[in-house]
Design a binder for this molecule. Sequence first.
Ligand code: HEM
Length: 417
Amino acid sequence: MMRAPGPKGSMLWGSLSEFKADSLGFLADAVRDHGDIVRLRFGPITAHLINRPEYVDHVLSRQASNYDKATRSADRIAATTGNSLLSADQRAWSRHRQLIQPAFQPSCFQNIGPVIDALVDPMLERWQQTKEIDIVDEMMQLVIAIAIKILFSSDIDPQKINTALETLLADTWRRIEAPLDASMISPRLHRPAFKKAVGEIDQIVFDLIQTRRRCQDRPDDVLSRLLAAHEAGGEIQLNDKELRDATVTLLLAGHETTANALSWAFIHASNGFETAEPAHIFAEAIRLYPSIWIIERRVIRDDIIGGYHIPRGSSVLISPYLLHRHTEFWPEPNRFDPSRFVDDQPRLRDGYLPFGLGPHRCVGLYLANKIAAHVIERVYARFKLKLLPGQLIGTSPGITLRHKGPVQMKIECRDNK
Ligand code: HEM
């Protein structure tokens, strides 16, 4: 069987240091130099980067049972989320998915407009009093506040959760990139900042769960829906630890992804696209900057993709970031243009995959789109935003596709025009 082409890398670590130095640049060079299926080596791990819709469909959907999530990254994420939807444990995943999916049906979020407004409006009032904002920070603060309301109907200080989540995500990415991770030997070897952040999140979330269990008149939110599903038939199916894992997973998976995507949307749409349909602005932002820029699977049994051998035990990497800029599917792929989405909604066959595919497709897809379109509409109804000149706008890929540092934007009231 043929071996896919790929960069040689160093004897010991393969391409690990190039990947760490510039992940997106390295992967883009790999497909440019070797084609749409590239064999890579990161230390002891062999991985195939696949960059065509039909290959992606094969791995994530048609042959999904041959590709699981028992990967290094899932192991490291589990230190924060336990055994829930992002976990490698198939049994735990399936139980959680059955439970969580119904709590994320579009009908559950029909009336969240006023919930979002109650948080967006004070932000816009504050903007009215200022000339400049850091859009990245603003969106982080806003989306965590929205997430806390939608998940828990709670008034806890969003800043407290935000800071802890940032520490958890940064530490997890550091451990994913590191060749060796001492905390996989014993959880006691985690860094103190990580342990402290987990402790803070635990305290908040366990508190919320226990209070809610005792509550007679439960508000209409995700936590209540999860509890109702557990308690159906009078039998509680998930204990507090499992519920904690489910809610922390949702916070982790939903917060930074949506916040970063929104800031990318404002950064680019403010260049003359403010009047485009908010849903199209957001769709184009997550084409150019898909929050989950890389998806990993482990190969269970030997396979063949594109005529190349994919050995069992190796990894497969899919990068929505690369696929969304594939010249065969996207004319002028690096240009921001929401009108690409005016007609039919592109799908995987058109090279579009921001929310994944198959059994692990994003549960928060509808919610993320709804929040984002609503926020974009409210902001542009009152303000024009302009990027302050002289800033270097770059990507900083971690667990999500972040910005390199703050991004300052100038605020202009529409009323004053
Ligand atoms: C712009 C925003 C978002 C993007 C781009 C995004 C993207 C994705 C992608 C690509 C996956 C699939 C990962 C894989 O196959 O390994 C995924 C999974 C997931 N997403 Fe999202 N997501 C977003 C927002 C949200 C929100 C708001 C929530 C919930 C509050 C959420 C919860 C999840 C969960 C729990 C999973 C794991 C599903 C599973 O493995 O069964 N996401 N997301």
